[in-house]
Ligand binder design. Structure first.
Ligand code: NAD
Length: 474
């Protein structure tokens, strides 16, 4: 049995103050398969009180004790990876392979957090004394549904390593795997109140967490609308706000790059998880003279993309998370057509042979111009826009002409040439020639993509205050 009908507060599974539940739907079948407790501001009060109470002692534990807790969490986590990997396809439509990857990625994040914290300079001599890092306090963590376990880990593990306590709220659409993760943290022996879990809607539970006077920091990963709402709710209590928000990833294919590899990598990156990743390369910028060939390649490669049930053999992606998300993708495909972009493959409706489930067709638009809505707005679906540019300066201008600035991509024949362009992109994380993800790098966005960074030493520092200890001169 999993615990999504309960909350985890002060070291125990408890019922919500008011019994209110919502169905959790399997997006592949459109049928509910469990229910999640929908909390209220009163549940937030209980969880925050527990986190505040626990902070005083936990903040003062030696680093080695905290890292020993993370090590035990990692050990227990490894014994529950299969359980989490089984649940993720049901609650958020991830394929079996993606679910496995997300869960294994979670273990890697815990391991890296331990290593990062062990090497972190918590204190150094400076001027008349010392610069020290102190834990921020009780932290509210609000996460999305598209990578729920890893998103909680990427926030909660650095928070716990820093000496903070946590109240966490996963997405109401995908709460089950995170309740298993919470069982892991309990079994690993986290002290009472150090980690607390709530469920519920963003506008009620999330908003109450952000506004709570005893919460010292709120960290949200989600849409720009939710991130902005959190910042507003947090403003009166002047707490630290960390936001990891949406993206509209530009992917500049430079003249002379291996076009086949560049188009293939871009297309697969855009369609990965049905486009439901914040870092998806959704705007493919190609030299004017290469557009015809890029479109031909995109058509050919997209024809090989298989969409289907999360556990079916060889599928690249499964259903969109929800009916609302499916309808949003359909709406944007219609907008693209109305704006005059050319459909290369895909379009409205479900892929052939899939009558049920929120499946979207892999869709490529060509002749997209930079100001079209499909080139500016985050769709969070399998929709690629191919945009032609005249010269590299124009490509950089188009890439940066966005309210977003999360992940950017550059494809180049020479890495040095790619790096020169990468430095000019207004994005927090820029990849040249599709390297693997480096989870020790800072991850976060410019502009509407957020504030602050996750992962690595910068992600750990987010959960700390700087305190100067100034001593009399000798
Ligand atoms: P969402 O904004 O709908 O929800 C995210 C979380 O915020 C959920 O837990 C939700 O309940 C909560 N929430 C919603 N409104 C709130 C409010 N007013 N106050 C407090 N909490 C609120 O996003 P989603 O659909 O779950 O996830 C998709 C979005 O997340 C996309 O925009 C995607 O780009 C973004 N995302 C960003 C990153 C990143 O690292 N920058 C990673 C993954 C997803």
């Amino acid at each position: 049995m999993t615990h999504e009908r309960q909350f985890y507060i002060d070291g125990a599974w408890v019922d919500p103050v008011e019994p209110r539940f919502a169905d959790v739907e399997d997006p592949a079948t459109e049928a509910p398969f469990t229910q999640v407790a929908m909390g209220s501001a009163r549940d937030v009060d209980r969880a925050v009180a527990a986190a505040k109470e626990a902070f005083a002692a936990y903040a003062r534990t030696p680093l080695e004790e905290r890292l020993a807790l993370l090590q035990r969490i990692l050990e227990v986590y490894r014994t529950r990876m299969d359980d989490m990997a089984r649940v993720l396809p049901r609650e958020m439509g991830a394929t079996t392979a993606v679910a496995r990857g997300q869960v294994e990625g979670g273990a890697a994040h815990i391991q890296k957090t331990i290593e990062t914290a062990r090497a972190f300079p918590f204190e150094r001599a400076h001027g008349l004394g010392k610069i020290t890092y102190q834990p921020v306090g009780a932290c509210a963590l609000i996460v999305p549904w598209n990578n729920p376990v890893q998103q909680v880990i990427a926030k909660a593990m650095p928070a716990l390593a820093a000496g903070c306590t946590v109240v966490c709220k996963p997405s109401e659409l995908a709460p089950v795997a995170v309740s298993i993760l919470t069982e892991v943290i309990h079994e690993a022996g986290a002290p009472k109140g150090v980690f607390n879990l709530l469920n519920g809607e963003g506008a009620t539970v999330g908003a109450a967490m952000a506004a709570h006077p005893d919460v010292d920091m709120v960290s949200i990963t989600g849409s720009v609308a939710a991130g902005a709402a959190v910042a507003k709710a947090a403003a009166d209590t002047v707490k630290r706000v960390h936001q990891e928000l949406g993206g509209k990833g530009p992917n500049i294919i430079l003249p002379g790059a291996d076009l086949e590899a560049a188009v293939r990598g871009g297309l697969m990156g855009c369609f990965f998880m049905g486009g439901q990743t914040c870092g998806a390369p959704t705007r493919m910028l190609v030299p004017e003279g290469a557009q015809v060939e890029a479109v031909r390649l995109a058509r050919e490669i997209a024809a090989g993309v298989k969409v289907g049930a999360p556990d079916a053999e060889g599928v690249l992606y499964g259903p969109a998370i929800s009916k609302a998300q499916y309808e949003k993708v359909q709406r944007y495909i219609r907008i693209g057509i109305e704006e005059g972009a050319e459909i290369v493959v895909g379009g409205e409706g479900r892929p052939e042979g899939l009558a049920h489930g929120y499946y979207c067709r892999p869709t490529v638009f060509a002749n997209v111009t930079p100001k079209m809505r499909i080139a500016q707005e985050e769709i969070f679906g399998p929709v690629l826009s191919i945009i032609a540019y005249r010269d590299v300066e124009e490509a950089i201008r188009i890439a940066n002409d966005s309210v977003y600035g999360l992940v950017g991509y550059v494809q180049a024949r020479e890495v040095a040439e790619g790096e020169r362009v990468a430095r000019r992109l207004r994005c927090g994380y820029v990849s040249v020639n599709y390297p693997p993800i480096d989870i020790t790098m800072p991850h976060g966005g410019f502009k509407h993509s957020g504030n602050g960074r996750q992962w690595g030493e910068h992600g750990l520092a987010e959960y700390m205050e700087l305190a100067a200890i100034v001593l009399p001169p000798n």
